[in-house]
Write a protein that binds this ligand. Sequence first.
Ligand code: ACO
Length: 370
Amino acid sequence: MTEEIRKGLAGVVVDYTAVSKVNPDTNSLLYRGYPVQELAANCTFEQVAYLLWNGELPTDAELAAFEQAERSQRALDPAVKRIIDELPLTAHPMDVLRTAVSVVGALDPSWNDSSPEGNLAKSVTLLAKIPAMVAYDQRRRRGQDLVEPDASLGFSANFLNMTFGSVPSDVVVDAFDVSMILYAEHSFNASTFTARVVTSTLADLYSAVVAAIGALKGPLHGGANEAVMHVFDEIGSADRAEAWLDDALASKRKIMGFGHRVYKNGDSRVPTMKTALDTLIEEYDRPDLLALYTALDETMQARKNIKPNLDYPSGPAYHLMGFDTEMFTPLFVAARITGWTAHIMEQLASNALIRPLSEYNGPEERHLAG
Ligand code: ACO
């Protein structure tokens, strides 16, 4: 009997999760019950990471201990630096990051400790170390030296300082922190599901994270924030947006930064990220970029009525902050490491091997001649 095939697992509910709730009907996203907009307005990324992992926001004492653990592990391990240095500049930063995270796992003598405490400790380690890897990769591509971490700075200020060699204005730090919060978690998206599939085999946390980085790289998922900026570069200016879009749609191109598998009436994270982008547009005095952003969005609504997703405002935001376009998806990793690892721990807490079925449509049984 032919089973119903659900291509792309569209609409299939495969498990429970208490980490986040995406509600496409109300365009809302809750992390452990809290609306993401409220968290972005009132919390730091560190508080949100703690919430995702522990289920509750930290008390002052819990936050202080958590920050101390994160801040003390930010340095780039010399072995990881050496391996990054070996990789050619033709390598995509997502491939560099995937390799570097894999090295951190191989260097960890307790890689196989998958207890809740062991995995929580590994999660904090990766949260602390991924910015150092991304920042150093950005710097070496510009012929610049490593900047050591500064334990007196919060996560986002330190990340930006390690990337650019100075802490930018509060407007920039706040916009970056908001982007980290918005990117932190989004239920059973492709990369998180990948992490859960790997975890379901009882492979270790690092293996699951490395696989998730691979899944995030694709332009239909995390790679879209990079692709959005390429689109902006290709269009050039607002007055060219309409003609460009008509050509692109006529040739059946998918327009990066628009559309979503779950949200069909707008991504709940976009208004918050757009507000952050607006502060950056003002800070860097770039009304031309805003005009292009608006022209492409308005034309897309008029032609297809397909709404922008989070990658649409975050791409130009990271551009204004000064990141090279190919670094944008690694920034997504720096945030999503929190969601991935929360799901890895949740998967292990009530594990079942994830192993779907397929309907065979190849040749009928046949036999070798003679
Ligand atoms: N550009 C043009 N057409 C689109 C787009 C788009 N960005 N998104 C959807 N459509 C069209 C589809 O071609 C389809 O048209 P059809 O019915 O004529 O074939 C229709 O809208 C319905 O789309 P689906 O294919 O059902 O959408 P699906 O859920 O499979 O895809 C996806 C979602 C992959 C995100 C898609 O919208 C897309 O490719 N977007 C561009 C990539 C992107 O921005 N990804 C980021 C995702 S969000 C994130 O990772 C933070």
